[in-house]
Write a protein that binds this ligand. Structure first.
Ligand code: GRG
Length: 293
């Protein structure tokens, strides 16, 4: 199957499952539930949940069994974007091609919408079926760790504190690993765990995720410089405007592109233990290097 068709089917499964897991827009309080659906169904790429399903299949499991984990990860990701866009953080007006949550619903509701998605993620994940190697508590711990104060939120704190200040290359790598690669790796690990993956397969996917996640954020930095707001669906040129440390800013655009290619190669190498079974994962990895938004 072509990658585009494979991804389209994955997104269909994820969107249907999200629709089932989310409270209806008519449920009270309606503003909150409308706001949760507004951001969640705003046309995100669904990369993280697609990786969860692909990892499950790569480890011999089914996409169906990995859907709670996939939806939980997308809820966490969407919450982080809503909070990241708030006036007290990046103060952005546009996300996924639409006005940001606080622009539509007000700041208070946007904060609460993020909180509600964060909480819902764990309610959904707790519904995942246990496997012989991994119980629901293992999955919950995995997601809490990746999205907690040592990773996702740590990355955001360092990002905030680094604005307008000189940041070393090592510190920048750590920010990118924390704010982006950790959740991406977690998406893969949760998929693998839903499929009862062996420790060696879990390790291979962890190495893959670390390299892919870092590549993804380096490319995100590059796109911020090279693409328009219309193409990105979010404000272009924002990083430079707030003098945020990025790969193009620290290494120059050409070297940043080379680094993204090297990391993509590293990610592809980590898939070696899966042999031909990793066809779609390889195609997906290559497609991210040439993405335009
Ligand atoms: C706790 C107040 C509070 C805030 C938390 C953790 C956090 C805020 C923000 C996370 C930092 C962040 C936004 C990292 C960027 C990661 C990234 C590249 C996001 C864009 O991902 P895409 O391109 O987006 O996959 P779509 O819209 O396609 O899903």
């Amino acid at each position: 199957m072509e990658l585009q068709d494979y991804l389209r089917l994955s997104v269909q499964k994820i969107d249907r499952a999200l629709d089932t897991f989310l409270p209806k827009a008519s449920a009270k309080p309606q503003t909150l539930h409308k706001a949760m659906r507004y951001s969640l169904f705003a046309g995100g790429k669904r990369l993280r949940p697609a990786l969860t399903l692909a990892a499950a299949e790569l480890c011999g499991g089914s996409a169906q069994d990995a859907l709670p984990a996939a939806c939980a990860v997308e809820c966490i990701h969407t919450y982080s974007l809503i909070h990241d866009d708030l006036p007290c953080m990046d103060d952005d007006d546009l996300r996924r091609g639409r006005p940001t949550s606080h622009k539509v619903f007000g700041e208070g509701i946007a904060v609460l919408t993020g909180d509600a998605l964060l909480t819902l993620a764990f309610e959904i994940l707790a519904q995942a079926s246990p496997t012989p190697r991994y119980g629901a508590a293992d999955l919950v711990r995995e997601l809490a760790h990746a999205s907690g104060s040592r990773w996702l939120i740590a990355g955001q704190v360092l990002d905030l504190e680094g604005e307008g200040k000189p940041v070393t290359k090592a510190a920048l790598k750590f920010i990118h690993q924390s704010k982006t690669a950790a959740l991406l790796t977690c998406s893969l690990r949760l998929g693998a765990m839903s499929a009862n993956a062996t420790p060696s397969k879990l390790k291979a996917l962890t190495d893959f995720g670390s390299a892919l996640g870092l590549a993804f954020q380096v490319i995100d930095d590059i796109l911020d410089v090279t693409q328009t707001t219309e193409q990105l669906g979010k404000t272009a040129g924002k990083d430079a405007a707030v003098t945020k440390a990025t790969y193009p800013a620290l290494f120059g655009l050409n070297r940043a592109r080379e680094i993204a290619s090297e990391l993509t190669r590293e990610a592809l190498d980590a898939l070696a233990p899966f042999g031909k079974k990793a066809l779609q994962m390889r195609a997906l990895t290559n497609s991210l290097l040439v993405r335009e938004y």
